[in-house]
Design a protein around this ligand. Structure first.
Ligand SMILES: *Cc1c(COP(=O)(O)O)cnc(C)c1O
Length: 469
Protein backbone atom coordinates (compact mmCIF):
# COMPACT_ATOMS: atom_id res chain seq x y z
CA UNK A 1 0.00 0.00 0.00
CA UNK A 2 1.35 3.43 -0.86
CA UNK A 3 1.51 6.04 1.85
CA UNK A 4 -1.55 7.85 0.55
CA UNK A 5 -3.46 4.62 0.18
CA UNK A 6 -2.75 4.02 3.85
CA UNK A 7 -4.02 7.50 4.71
CA UNK A 8 -7.40 6.73 3.15
CA UNK A 9 -7.60 3.04 3.96
CA UNK A 10 -11.22 2.37 5.02
CA UNK A 11 -10.37 -0.59 7.28
CA UNK A 12 -7.76 1.46 9.06
CA UNK A 13 -10.33 4.18 9.59
CA UNK A 14 -12.91 1.72 10.87
CA UNK A 15 -10.54 0.27 13.45
CA UNK A 16 -9.14 3.54 14.66
CA UNK A 17 -12.61 5.08 14.87
CA UNK A 18 -13.93 2.13 16.89
CA UNK A 19 -10.97 2.37 19.18
CA UNK A 20 -11.42 6.12 19.63
CA UNK A 21 -15.13 5.67 20.31
CA UNK A 22 -14.29 3.11 23.00
CA UNK A 23 -11.75 5.41 24.60
CA UNK A 24 -14.17 8.33 24.64
CA UNK A 25 -16.99 6.18 26.02
CA UNK A 26 -14.70 4.89 28.80
CA UNK A 27 -13.62 8.44 29.52
CA UNK A 28 -17.26 9.55 29.69
CA UNK A 29 -18.08 6.74 32.12
CA UNK A 30 -15.12 7.58 34.33
CA UNK A 31 -16.09 11.25 34.32
CA UNK A 32 -19.79 10.79 35.03
CA UNK A 33 -19.03 8.34 37.84
CA UNK A 34 -16.44 10.74 39.21
CA UNK A 35 -13.84 7.95 38.98
CA UNK A 36 -11.63 10.45 37.22
CA UNK A 37 -10.21 12.34 40.18
CA UNK A 38 -8.93 15.41 38.37
CA UNK A 39 -11.13 17.57 36.17
CA UNK A 40 -7.97 19.35 35.06
CA UNK A 41 -4.38 18.29 35.37
CA UNK A 42 -2.84 21.73 35.29
CA UNK A 43 0.65 21.85 33.85
CA UNK A 44 2.34 25.17 33.16
CA UNK A 45 2.56 25.94 29.43
CA UNK A 46 6.34 25.65 29.04
CA UNK A 47 6.51 22.31 30.82
CA UNK A 48 3.63 21.08 28.73
CA UNK A 49 5.36 22.25 25.57
CA UNK A 50 8.49 20.35 26.55
CA UNK A 51 6.41 17.27 27.37
CA UNK A 52 4.77 17.28 23.97
CA UNK A 53 7.36 18.41 21.53
CA UNK A 54 9.54 15.32 21.34
CA UNK A 55 7.02 12.76 22.49
CA UNK A 56 6.77 9.73 20.25
CA UNK A 57 3.66 7.71 19.70
CA UNK A 58 3.55 4.15 18.51
CA UNK A 59 0.05 4.54 17.11
CA UNK A 60 -2.66 7.13 16.55
CA UNK A 61 -4.54 5.47 19.43
CA UNK A 62 -1.67 6.29 21.79
CA UNK A 63 -1.72 9.84 20.51
CA UNK A 64 -5.50 10.18 21.00
CA UNK A 65 -5.13 8.77 24.51
CA UNK A 66 -2.53 11.40 25.35
CA UNK A 67 -4.77 14.16 23.99
CA UNK A 68 -7.59 12.99 26.26
CA UNK A 69 -5.27 12.86 29.26
CA UNK A 70 -3.95 16.35 28.63
CA UNK A 71 -7.42 17.89 28.21
CA UNK A 72 -9.82 19.46 30.65
CA UNK A 73 -12.73 17.11 31.31
CA UNK A 74 -15.89 18.99 30.42
CA UNK A 75 -18.03 15.92 30.93
CA UNK A 76 -16.99 15.71 34.58
CA UNK A 77 -19.74 16.98 36.93
CA UNK A 78 -17.08 18.87 38.89
CA UNK A 79 -16.20 20.98 35.87
CA UNK A 80 -18.03 24.18 36.76
CA UNK A 81 -15.90 26.75 34.97
CA UNK A 82 -16.36 28.59 31.69
CA UNK A 83 -19.60 28.36 29.75
CA UNK A 84 -18.76 25.60 27.34
CA UNK A 85 -21.09 22.64 27.06
CA UNK A 86 -20.33 19.08 27.99
CA UNK A 87 -21.25 17.97 24.48
CA UNK A 88 -24.08 15.48 24.18
CA UNK A 89 -22.58 12.42 22.47
CA UNK A 90 -25.17 12.44 19.67
CA UNK A 91 -24.30 16.07 18.85
CA UNK A 92 -20.59 15.28 18.89
CA UNK A 93 -21.24 12.32 16.58
CA UNK A 94 -23.11 14.58 14.17
CA UNK A 95 -20.08 16.90 14.25
CA UNK A 96 -17.77 13.96 13.57
CA UNK A 97 -19.91 12.90 10.61
CA UNK A 98 -19.82 16.49 9.39
CA UNK A 99 -16.05 16.56 9.61
CA UNK A 100 -15.76 13.39 7.57
CA UNK A 101 -18.22 14.56 4.87
CA UNK A 102 -16.85 18.11 4.99
CA UNK A 103 -19.59 19.64 2.82
CA UNK A 104 -18.72 23.32 2.41
CA UNK A 105 -21.68 25.41 3.45
CA UNK A 106 -21.50 28.55 1.32
CA UNK A 107 -23.64 27.21 -1.50
CA UNK A 108 -26.49 24.75 -1.63
CA UNK A 109 -25.11 22.32 -4.15
CA UNK A 110 -22.08 21.70 -1.95
CA UNK A 111 -24.07 21.09 1.21
CA UNK A 112 -27.57 19.87 0.49
CA UNK A 113 -28.13 18.20 3.87
CA UNK A 114 -26.63 20.76 6.21
CA UNK A 115 -28.00 23.74 4.28
CA UNK A 116 -31.53 22.36 4.17
CA UNK A 117 -31.33 21.45 7.84
CA UNK A 118 -30.13 24.96 8.60
CA UNK A 119 -33.49 26.22 7.41
CA UNK A 120 -35.36 23.41 9.16
CA UNK A 121 -33.61 24.13 12.47
CA UNK A 122 -34.15 27.90 12.27
CA UNK A 123 -37.79 27.41 11.25
CA UNK A 124 -38.43 24.91 14.04
CA UNK A 125 -36.89 27.11 16.73
CA UNK A 126 -37.59 30.74 15.75
CA UNK A 127 -41.16 30.68 17.07
CA UNK A 128 -39.89 30.09 20.61
CA UNK A 129 -38.31 33.54 20.41
CA UNK A 130 -41.54 35.08 19.12
CA UNK A 131 -40.22 35.38 15.54
CA UNK A 132 -42.92 33.42 13.74
CA UNK A 133 -42.21 35.24 10.44
CA UNK A 134 -38.49 35.47 10.97
CA UNK A 135 -35.46 33.82 9.52
CA UNK A 136 -31.88 33.26 10.49
CA UNK A 137 -28.56 31.56 10.00
CA UNK A 138 -26.27 29.15 11.79
CA UNK A 139 -22.70 30.33 12.13
CA UNK A 140 -19.43 29.75 13.97
CA UNK A 141 -19.75 31.42 17.34
CA UNK A 142 -21.53 34.14 19.24
CA UNK A 143 -18.76 36.61 18.49
CA UNK A 144 -19.29 36.25 14.76
CA UNK A 145 -23.09 36.20 15.09
CA UNK A 146 -23.06 39.44 17.10
CA UNK A 147 -20.78 41.11 14.55
CA UNK A 148 -23.07 39.92 11.75
CA UNK A 149 -26.15 41.33 13.52
CA UNK A 150 -24.52 44.70 14.16
CA UNK A 151 -23.35 45.00 10.54
CA UNK A 152 -26.90 44.25 9.46
CA UNK A 153 -28.26 46.86 11.88
CA UNK A 154 -25.87 49.41 10.41
CA UNK A 155 -26.99 48.65 6.85
CA UNK A 156 -30.64 48.93 7.83
CA UNK A 157 -30.50 52.00 10.08
CA UNK A 158 -27.84 54.20 8.51
CA UNK A 159 -28.94 57.29 6.65
CA UNK A 160 -27.01 56.40 3.48
CA UNK A 161 -26.00 53.22 1.63
CA UNK A 162 -23.03 52.46 3.87
CA UNK A 163 -22.23 49.15 2.23
CA UNK A 164 -21.44 50.83 -1.08
CA UNK A 165 -20.64 54.41 -0.21
CA UNK A 166 -18.92 54.05 3.13
CA UNK A 167 -19.90 55.81 6.25
CA UNK A 168 -20.93 59.47 6.31
CA UNK A 169 -22.18 59.95 9.85
CA UNK A 170 -21.00 58.87 13.28
CA UNK A 171 -22.99 56.05 14.80
CA UNK A 172 -23.12 54.14 18.08
CA UNK A 173 -24.76 51.25 19.87
CA UNK A 174 -25.75 51.42 23.51
CA UNK A 175 -24.92 48.39 25.62
CA UNK A 176 -24.61 47.50 29.30
CA UNK A 177 -21.17 47.98 30.79
CA UNK A 178 -21.34 44.30 31.75
CA UNK A 179 -21.93 43.12 28.15
CA UNK A 180 -19.59 40.60 26.55
CA UNK A 181 -16.42 42.22 25.19
CA UNK A 182 -17.17 40.98 21.67
CA UNK A 183 -19.81 43.71 21.27
CA UNK A 184 -17.18 46.35 21.92
CA UNK A 185 -14.87 44.55 19.53
CA UNK A 186 -17.52 44.30 16.79
CA UNK A 187 -18.10 48.04 16.97
CA UNK A 188 -14.36 48.69 16.65
CA UNK A 189 -14.16 46.26 13.72
CA UNK A 190 -16.80 48.44 12.05
CA UNK A 191 -14.46 51.37 12.55
CA UNK A 192 -16.51 53.33 15.05
CA UNK A 193 -13.80 53.45 17.70
CA UNK A 194 -14.41 54.42 21.30
CA UNK A 195 -17.32 56.66 20.48
CA UNK A 196 -19.19 53.80 18.81
CA UNK A 197 -20.00 51.87 21.93
CA UNK A 198 -21.85 53.68 24.68
CA UNK A 199 -21.68 51.77 27.92
CA UNK A 200 -24.74 52.10 30.09
CA UNK A 201 -24.07 51.61 33.81
CA UNK A 202 -25.62 48.70 35.70
CA UNK A 203 -27.65 48.70 38.90
CA UNK A 204 -26.79 46.78 42.07
CA UNK A 205 -28.16 43.61 40.39
CA UNK A 206 -25.79 44.15 37.42
CA UNK A 207 -28.70 44.89 35.10
CA UNK A 208 -28.52 47.69 32.55
CA UNK A 209 -29.93 50.89 34.08
CA UNK A 210 -32.55 51.41 31.40
CA UNK A 211 -33.53 54.74 32.87
CA UNK A 212 -30.15 56.02 31.65
CA UNK A 213 -30.74 55.13 27.98
CA UNK A 214 -32.38 58.40 27.00
CA UNK A 215 -29.83 60.59 28.79
CA UNK A 216 -26.91 58.78 27.15
CA UNK A 217 -28.54 58.88 23.74
CA UNK A 218 -29.10 62.63 23.95
CA UNK A 219 -25.62 63.19 25.26
CA UNK A 220 -24.22 61.27 22.26
CA UNK A 221 -26.38 63.28 19.87
CA UNK A 222 -24.95 66.49 21.31
CA UNK A 223 -21.50 65.17 20.30
CA UNK A 224 -22.75 64.43 16.79
CA UNK A 225 -23.02 60.66 17.35
CA UNK A 226 -26.26 59.01 16.29
CA UNK A 227 -27.34 55.98 18.33
CA UNK A 228 -28.81 53.39 15.96
CA UNK A 229 -29.35 50.48 18.29
CA UNK A 230 -29.25 48.90 21.72
CA UNK A 231 -27.81 45.51 22.65
CA UNK A 232 -29.44 43.65 25.54
CA UNK A 233 -27.62 40.88 27.40
CA UNK A 234 -29.44 37.64 28.13
CA UNK A 235 -27.62 37.18 30.37
CA UNK A 236 -24.30 38.96 30.83
CA UNK A 237 -21.39 36.57 30.78
CA UNK A 238 -19.72 37.43 34.04
CA UNK A 239 -22.75 37.56 36.34
CA UNK A 240 -25.38 35.57 34.46
CA UNK A 241 -27.98 38.30 35.06
CA UNK A 242 -30.55 39.12 32.37
CA UNK A 243 -31.22 42.69 31.32
CA UNK A 244 -34.85 43.82 31.35
CA UNK A 245 -35.43 42.84 27.74
CA UNK A 246 -38.98 44.14 27.65
CA UNK A 247 -38.12 47.64 28.79
CA UNK A 248 -35.20 47.87 26.36
CA UNK A 249 -37.45 46.60 23.57
CA UNK A 250 -40.11 49.23 24.19
CA UNK A 251 -37.45 51.92 24.33
CA UNK A 252 -36.07 50.79 20.96
CA UNK A 253 -39.54 50.74 19.40
CA UNK A 254 -40.27 54.22 20.61
CA UNK A 255 -37.06 55.63 19.14
CA UNK A 256 -36.85 53.45 16.03
CA UNK A 257 -33.59 51.78 17.12
CA UNK A 258 -32.28 48.36 16.15
CA UNK A 259 -32.68 45.97 19.05
CA UNK A 260 -30.18 43.13 19.24
CA UNK A 261 -30.25 40.62 22.07
CA UNK A 262 -27.02 38.83 22.86
CA UNK A 263 -28.57 35.64 24.24
CA UNK A 264 -25.46 33.60 23.47
CA UNK A 265 -25.64 31.95 26.85
CA UNK A 266 -29.21 32.20 28.03
CA UNK A 267 -31.45 32.24 24.96
CA UNK A 268 -32.41 28.57 25.36
CA UNK A 269 -34.53 29.38 28.44
CA UNK A 270 -37.31 29.91 25.87
CA UNK A 271 -37.55 26.09 25.80
CA UNK A 272 -38.21 25.94 29.55
CA UNK A 273 -41.64 26.56 31.05
CA UNK A 274 -39.96 27.45 34.32
CA UNK A 275 -37.38 29.97 33.10
CA UNK A 276 -38.76 31.32 29.82
CA UNK A 277 -39.91 34.58 31.43
CA UNK A 278 -36.26 35.62 31.69
CA UNK A 279 -36.51 36.22 27.91
CA UNK A 280 -39.79 38.15 28.21
CA UNK A 281 -39.74 40.88 25.58
CA UNK A 282 -37.37 39.03 23.24
CA UNK A 283 -40.07 39.13 20.56
CA UNK A 284 -39.45 42.89 20.41
CA UNK A 285 -35.89 42.31 19.19
CA UNK A 286 -34.76 42.65 15.58
CA UNK A 287 -32.04 40.03 16.00
CA UNK A 288 -31.03 37.46 18.62
CA UNK A 289 -27.79 35.50 19.01
CA UNK A 290 -28.01 32.05 20.63
CA UNK A 291 -25.01 29.76 21.14
CA UNK A 292 -26.00 26.10 20.95
CA UNK A 293 -22.55 25.21 22.28
CA UNK A 294 -23.36 26.83 25.59
CA UNK A 295 -26.85 25.87 26.75
CA UNK A 296 -27.93 23.42 24.02
CA UNK A 297 -25.30 20.73 24.50
CA UNK A 298 -23.63 20.87 21.07
CA UNK A 299 -19.88 20.99 20.54
CA UNK A 300 -18.30 24.39 19.87
CA UNK A 301 -18.86 26.45 17.83
CA UNK A 302 -22.53 26.21 16.86
CA UNK A 303 -24.45 29.48 16.94
CA UNK A 304 -27.85 30.60 15.67
CA UNK A 305 -28.61 34.16 14.67
CA UNK A 306 -32.32 34.89 14.36
CA UNK A 307 -33.86 37.87 12.58
CA UNK A 308 -37.42 38.96 13.26
CA UNK A 309 -37.78 40.34 9.74
CA UNK A 310 -36.69 37.69 7.26
CA UNK A 311 -35.58 40.36 4.76
CA UNK A 312 -33.06 41.68 7.27
CA UNK A 313 -31.31 38.34 7.17
CA UNK A 314 -30.28 39.22 3.60
CA UNK A 315 -29.19 42.77 4.27
CA UNK A 316 -25.96 42.18 6.15
CA UNK A 317 -23.74 41.67 3.15
CA UNK A 318 -25.31 43.48 0.26
CA UNK A 319 -22.28 42.54 -1.75
CA UNK A 320 -22.30 40.62 -5.02
CA UNK A 321 -20.22 37.50 -5.54
CA UNK A 322 -21.39 36.48 -8.97
CA UNK A 323 -19.12 33.53 -9.40
CA UNK A 324 -20.77 31.82 -6.44
CA UNK A 325 -24.40 32.77 -6.54
CA UNK A 326 -25.63 34.15 -9.82
CA UNK A 327 -28.26 36.85 -9.77
CA UNK A 328 -31.35 35.97 -7.82
CA UNK A 329 -31.54 37.90 -4.60
CA UNK A 330 -33.09 36.01 -1.74
CA UNK A 331 -32.12 32.41 -2.23
CA UNK A 332 -32.59 30.93 1.22
CA UNK A 333 -30.41 27.98 0.21
CA UNK A 334 -27.22 29.91 -0.47
CA UNK A 335 -26.29 30.81 3.09
CA UNK A 336 -22.93 32.24 2.09
CA UNK A 337 -24.83 35.38 1.14
CA UNK A 338 -25.86 35.87 4.75
CA UNK A 339 -22.87 34.73 6.78
CA UNK A 340 -19.38 36.05 7.20
CA UNK A 341 -18.06 32.59 6.46
CA UNK A 342 -17.41 31.25 2.99
CA UNK A 343 -16.52 27.62 3.56
CA UNK A 344 -18.58 26.67 6.60
CA UNK A 345 -18.45 23.44 8.55
CA UNK A 346 -21.64 21.42 8.94
CA UNK A 347 -23.34 22.93 11.97
CA UNK A 348 -27.08 22.44 11.72
CA UNK A 349 -26.82 18.64 11.90
CA UNK A 350 -25.48 18.90 15.46
CA UNK A 351 -28.63 20.65 16.63
CA UNK A 352 -30.95 18.55 14.52
CA UNK A 353 -29.42 15.28 15.73
CA UNK A 354 -30.48 16.27 19.26
CA UNK A 355 -33.97 17.28 18.12
CA UNK A 356 -34.75 14.10 16.17
CA UNK A 357 -33.29 11.85 18.86
CA UNK A 358 -34.64 13.44 22.03
CA UNK A 359 -37.19 16.08 20.99
CA UNK A 360 -37.02 19.84 21.45
CA UNK A 361 -38.08 19.36 25.08
CA UNK A 362 -34.57 18.10 25.85
CA UNK A 363 -33.33 21.71 25.72
CA UNK A 364 -35.85 22.86 28.33
CA UNK A 365 -35.02 19.95 30.59
CA UNK A 366 -31.33 20.76 30.35
CA UNK A 367 -31.91 24.44 31.15
CA UNK A 368 -34.12 23.52 34.13
CA UNK A 369 -31.51 21.20 35.55
CA UNK A 370 -28.61 23.64 35.26
CA UNK A 371 -30.52 26.78 36.30
CA UNK A 372 -32.13 24.96 39.26
CA UNK A 373 -28.67 23.94 40.41
CA UNK A 374 -27.53 27.58 40.18
CA UNK A 375 -30.26 28.49 42.69
CA UNK A 376 -29.34 25.58 44.96
CA UNK A 377 -25.68 26.58 44.92
CA UNK A 378 -26.56 30.19 45.77
CA UNK A 379 -28.51 28.97 48.78
CA UNK A 380 -25.58 26.85 49.96
CA UNK A 381 -23.33 29.92 49.74
CA UNK A 382 -25.64 32.12 51.79
CA UNK A 383 -25.57 29.45 54.50
CA UNK A 384 -21.80 29.83 54.89
CA UNK A 385 -20.96 32.76 57.16
CA UNK A 386 -17.58 33.56 55.56
CA UNK A 387 -18.95 33.81 52.01
CA UNK A 388 -21.17 36.13 50.04
CA UNK A 389 -22.89 36.18 46.68
CA UNK A 390 -22.25 38.99 44.21
CA UNK A 391 -25.94 38.81 43.38
CA UNK A 392 -28.79 36.33 43.63
CA UNK A 393 -28.38 34.42 40.35
CA UNK A 394 -30.90 34.37 37.50
CA UNK A 395 -29.18 31.44 35.85
CA UNK A 396 -26.54 28.74 36.24
CA UNK A 397 -23.78 31.34 36.62
CA UNK A 398 -22.96 32.13 40.24
CA UNK A 399 -20.40 34.67 41.48
CA UNK A 400 -19.37 34.58 45.12
CA UNK A 401 -16.43 35.25 47.34
CA UNK A 402 -14.77 34.85 50.67
CA UNK A 403 -15.50 38.02 52.60
CA UNK A 404 -12.96 40.18 54.37
CA UNK A 405 -13.43 43.72 55.67
CA UNK A 406 -10.44 44.93 53.68
CA UNK A 407 -11.11 44.75 49.94
CA UNK A 408 -7.51 44.37 48.66
CA UNK A 409 -6.96 41.56 51.17
CA UNK A 410 -10.25 39.94 50.17
CA UNK A 411 -9.20 40.14 46.51
CA UNK A 412 -5.86 38.54 47.31
CA UNK A 413 -7.53 35.70 49.23
CA UNK A 414 -10.04 34.96 46.47
CA UNK A 415 -7.38 35.07 43.78
CA UNK A 416 -5.18 32.67 45.72
CA UNK A 417 -8.08 30.32 46.32
CA UNK A 418 -8.94 30.20 42.65
CA UNK A 419 -5.28 29.49 41.79
CA UNK A 420 -5.11 26.77 44.45
CA UNK A 421 -8.25 25.14 43.03
CA UNK A 422 -6.74 25.20 39.56
CA UNK A 423 -3.63 23.46 40.83
CA UNK A 424 -5.63 21.02 42.95
CA UNK A 425 -7.63 20.04 39.89
CA UNK A 426 -10.50 18.17 41.54
CA UNK A 427 -12.80 21.03 40.51
CA UNK A 428 -12.54 23.63 37.78
CA UNK A 429 -13.88 27.10 38.55
CA UNK A 430 -12.95 30.55 37.25
CA UNK A 431 -12.87 34.10 38.59
CA UNK A 432 -14.15 37.48 37.60
CA UNK A 433 -13.85 41.07 38.76
CA UNK A 434 -17.00 43.04 39.49
CA UNK A 435 -16.71 46.64 40.57
CA UNK A 436 -13.10 46.11 41.64
CA UNK A 437 -13.88 43.04 43.69
CA UNK A 438 -12.51 39.62 42.78
CA UNK A 439 -15.16 36.91 42.77
CA UNK A 440 -15.02 33.18 42.30
CA UNK A 441 -17.26 32.24 39.42
CA UNK A 442 -19.06 28.99 38.75
CA UNK A 443 -21.19 28.01 35.73
CA UNK A 444 -23.05 24.78 36.10
CA UNK A 445 -22.95 23.41 32.56
CA UNK A 446 -23.08 19.73 33.36
CA UNK A 447 -26.58 18.41 34.07
CA UNK A 448 -25.12 15.87 36.50
CA UNK A 449 -23.41 18.34 38.84
CA UNK A 450 -25.12 17.58 42.15
CA UNK A 451 -25.72 19.44 45.38
CA UNK A 452 -23.17 17.12 46.97
CA UNK A 453 -20.53 18.14 44.43
CA UNK A 454 -21.19 21.78 45.25
CA UNK A 455 -21.04 21.20 49.01
CA UNK A 456 -17.66 19.51 48.46
CA UNK A 457 -16.53 22.53 46.44
CA UNK A 458 -17.44 24.94 49.24
CA UNK A 459 -15.72 22.67 51.78
CA UNK A 460 -12.60 22.67 49.63
CA UNK A 461 -12.69 26.47 49.42
CA UNK A 462 -12.93 26.76 53.19
CA UNK A 463 -10.05 24.32 53.64
CA UNK A 464 -7.93 26.27 51.20
CA UNK A 465 -8.80 29.49 52.96
CA UNK A 466 -7.71 28.03 56.29
CA UNK A 467 -4.44 26.81 54.81
CA UNK A 468 -3.74 30.31 53.48
CA UNK A 469 -3.97 31.84 56.93
C1 LIG B 1 -19.96 33.40 25.20
C2 LIG B 1 -20.59 34.68 24.90
C3 LIG B 1 -20.27 35.37 23.73
C4 LIG B 1 -19.19 34.88 22.78
O1 LIG B 1 -19.63 33.78 22.08
P1 LIG B 1 -18.60 32.76 21.38
O2 LIG B 1 -19.53 31.69 20.91
O3 LIG B 1 -17.66 32.30 22.45
O4 LIG B 1 -17.93 33.47 20.28
C5 LIG B 1 -20.92 36.54 23.46
N1 LIG B 1 -21.84 37.03 24.30
C6 LIG B 1 -22.18 36.40 25.44
C7 LIG B 1 -23.23 36.99 26.33
C8 LIG B 1 -21.58 35.19 25.78
O5 LIG B 1 -21.92 34.56 26.90
Amino acid sequence: MSLLEKVYDPENFRQTAHHLADMLADNLTANLNRETIKVINFIDPDTNYNNWKDKEFGSPEAFFREVINNSIQLQHPRYVGHQVSAPAPIAALAAFEGMMLNSGGAIYEMSAASTTLEKVVIDRLKGYFGFSDGDGIVTSGGTLANLTALICARNVKASNDIWNEGQKEKYAFMVSEEAHYCIDRAVRVMGWGDAGVIKIPVDSKYRMKTECLETYRKEAASRGVKVIGVVGSAPTTSTGIYDDLNVIGRYCQKHNLWYHIDAAHGGPVVFSEKYKDLMLGCDLADSITVDAHKMMMTPSLTTMLFFKNSNDSYRTFAQKAQYLWGDADQEWFNYGKRTMECTKIMLSTRIYALIITYGIEVFGEYVDRCYDMGGIFAKLITQRPGMELAVQPDSNIVCFRIVHADIPIANEINRKIRQAILEDGTFYIVQTVLQDKVYLRVSIMNPFTSELDLIDLLDLIEQLQNSLE
